[in-house]
Design a protein around this ligand. Structure first.
Ligand SMILES: NC(=O)c1ccc[n+]([C@@H]2O[C@H](COP(=O)([O-])OP(=O)(O)OC[C@H]3O[C@@H](n4cnc5c(N)ncnc54)[C@H](OP(=O)(O)O)[C@@H]3O)[C@@H](O)[C@H]2O)c1
Length: 269
């Protein structure tokens, strides 16, 4: 990953204003990557970019963009296409969750989830991955979740969006490999980030059972996995067992257990 980089090479990370994206930005900065950080909150992005530039002597730029707004995303992609900066690593990390009975949720928020978790991620892969393919080099890391391996009643849209990310990334990996572009997908279990609060969920039960991973740890394992060109990166040995167990278990049981594990995270109504 590092041998190919020079001063005009950049790593673009979405959702880098906080949570896992911030930890990923730091992990890449530590390895000397110049960064383009994307999210909606200008102040947070500015302070992350400033801090990483000072600490690691890299160039960290930022762009505010609501990736769930197709017009804003078009503007960002156009700017990137016309600019001089070459994106050699794309990290599609931005994502949101929704929880509760699907049809009782606000449709606008469910649509936003699909726009961000599915459409924006695919479009960024299409546009930036297209440039990588022409140059015959590049790396893409898409952030899915352990949720990608199972149906998730009471988080149906979120789990399905992550299943899309997993399968899409695996397909893309096969298509892009002969052209020198590497594609990996990160599938973390629960991580201690504002994700739960932002998704109107409670993380208390996960905290009490010490089930939340440290975002810096997950980011480090993600970057190492990317350096080894792993297809699917699952941080933590317990988490790595889950997809195997899910393949063996009856599907009805999987649905029931998934629902039961989500219920304690739902806010009281
Ligand atoms: N935390 C977990 O337990 C967990 C587990 C598995 C997978 N994941 C996945 O990891 C990724 C990062 O999640 P996280 O835990 O770091 O969540 P988070 O703390 O809520 O961070 C989400 C990031 O996405 C950005 N974002 C949200 N909506 C956006 C939009 N419309 N346009 C642009 N950026 C947007 C946010 O920045 P702004 O608000 O500034 O836009 C923020 O930087 C997600 O894809 C999530 O599904 C998380």
């Amino acid at each position: 990953m590092s041998a190919e980089r020079d001063a005009s090479s950049y790593t673009l990370i979405t959702g880098a204003s906080g949570g896992l994206g911030l930890a990923l930005a730091e992990a890449f900065a530590r390895r000397g990557h110049n960064l383009i950080l994307v999210a909606r909150q200008r102040e947070a992005l500015e302070s992350v970019a400033c801090e990483l530039t000072q600490r690691f002597g890299i160039e960290a730029l930022f762009r505010t963009c609501d990736l769930a707004e197709p017009l804003q995303l078009s503007g960002l992609l156009q700017e990137l296409e016309q600019g001089e900066r070459r994106i050699d690593v794309l990290v599609n990390n931005a994502g949101i969750g929704t929880a509760g009975v699907f049809v009782e949720q606000d449709w606008a928020r469910e649509q936003e989830l699909i726009e961000l978790n599915v459409l924006a991620l695919s479009r960024l892969c299409h546009s930036i991955g297209g440039g990588m393919l022409k140059r015959g080099r590049g790396q893409i890391l898409n952030v899915a979740s352990l949720a990608a391996f199972q149906p998730g009643p009471l988080m149906s849209n979120y789990f399905a969006s992550k299943a899309y990310v997993l399968h899409f990334s695996e397909g893309l990996r096969y298509e892009m490999a002969p052209h020198g572009v590497k594609v990996s997908v990160l599938c973390p279990g629960p991580v201690a980030t504002p994700f739960f609060r932002n998704s109107q969920m409670k993380s208390g039960p996960l905290e009490r059972h010490k089930l939340l991973a440290d975002p810096e740890e997950v980011a480090l394992l993600a970057v190492r996995g990317l350096e080894k060109n792993r297809a699917i990166i699952i941080p933590g040995w317990r988490n790595r067992l889950l997809p195997c167990l899910l393949r063996l278990a009856p599907r009805a049981l999987v649905r029931r257990i998934a629902a039961r594990s989500i219920v304690p995270l739902l806010p009281k109504r």
